[in-house]
Design a protein around this ligand. Structure first.
Ligand SMILES: O=CC(=O)O
Length: 341
């Protein structure tokens, strides 16, 4: 009798799941904290059913082994390491929604989504404070040589500042923010506390922002001591920091990148750092992640971080809930919580 009840429950669950819209969790899973697996856990209260819940397979491989699912997938959840391009979208005739737990959406072919009427949601504002904290931390670390001093002290085993090269002052510096959106404005707020003189570049001058605006990154670099890159990566911003910009920033200049690696010509950055054409860099993102050019490792004027600006334990639950809420809203025909398109 007990077994019979269990069997009935399994059959009921199966038929409920069969009738629910299908959400594909794009894989493969990657290292701790296993973001792709924990970002969306199956729950009987969901108004959708998750395919690939362990996020083991990438989309194309999943469809190759489960071709019957191609026509039933209505939504995809994908982290920024797993692109969704026009070829992926073409595989899924019922796809109507892509939800990413990233703030950036450069891994999703947005024009194809627009063309096909597919809605997209992202992380909205959830990570802005964490990313801004990290940007300022990298700027302070590079300016005051904190990581370099830590390495030095561990090698020398004695503490005296006299043998260690001087850091440079952050207080009162001219800082150029590239991208005055949610993250850029949080960075500006923090740097005001250091009496920094802030100016910015973005696609358009913002009527409500009182900081000086430069219409090109070259002009911004010419007039500031450090650039902080907070903008999105797209065809207009790729390599927005090139050789000319780095030379304009000058020998004491610092670049902090918490946006995307493709915003900087990475080979040129390496050359400028090695040859002392700029003073230093704090990098959370790289051009061909997860690959990081090993030439960076031997440079003491660089602080590296493994694309870790976004998630803190404090914001992780928030992003998991946001993904669920966006999916629930989409499948209830309600407005998305954090729509991109
Ligand atoms: O880089 C991470 C994000 O875009 O959220």
């Amino acid at each position: 009798m007990e077994n019979q009840n269990k069997d009935n429950k399994v059959n009921t669950d199966k038929s409920r799941n069969n009738n629910l819209p299908k959400v594909f969790l794009h894989g493969p899973l990657h290292g701790p904290p296993n973001f792709s697996v924990t970002i969306l856990r199956p729950n009987p209260s969901h108004n959708f059913h998750i395919l690939n819940p362990s996020s083991i397979l990438p989309l194309q491989q999943f469809i190759a082994t489960n071709p019957h699912h191609a026509s039933s997938i209505a939504a995809i959840v994908t982290i920024n390491l797993h692109p969704v391009n026009a070829d992926d979208i073409r595989l899924l005739p019922s796809l109507r929604f892509i939800c990413t737990p990233s703030a950036g959406t450069n891994h999703i072919d947005l024009s194809e989504c627009r063309r096909r009427g597919i809605q997209v949601a992202n992380a909205g504002n959830i990570f802005s404070a964490d990313v801004a904290d990290m940007a300022v931390a990298l700027l302070i670390d590079v300016s005051r040589k904190i990581s370099a001093a830590d390495r030095w002290l561990r090698r020398q085993l004695h503490a005296t500042s006299w043998d260690f090269p001087l850091g440079s002052k952050l207080t009162g510096k001219k800082i150029g923010i590239v991208g005055m959106g949610r993250i850029g404005s949080e960075v500006a707020k923090r740097l005001e506390g250091f009496n920094c003189m802030i100016s910015y570049n973005s696609k358009n001058k913002k009527p409500l922002v009182s900081y000086p605006f430069y219409s090109t990154v070259l002009e911004l670099a010419t007039n500031t001591n450090a650039l902080i890159l907070c903008c999105e990566l797209n065809d207009q911003t790729r390599y927005i920091v090139n050789k000319e910009v780095m030379l304009a920033l000058g020998k004491g200049g610092i670049i902090v990148n918490v946006g995307r690696g493709g915003l900087i010509d990475e080979k040129e950055l390496l050359r400028c750092l090695t040859e002392g054409e700029i003073g230093g860099a704090g990098l959370d993102v790289f051009e061909n992640e997860p690959h990081v050019p090993k030439e960076f490792f031997s440079l003491d004027n660089v602080v590296l971080s493994p694309h870790a600006a976004v998630v803190t334990s404090g914001s992780f639950n928030g992003i998991c809930q946001l993904v669920e809420r966006n999916l629930e809203a989409f499948f209830s025909n309600k407005p998305l919580i954090t729509p991109v398109i």
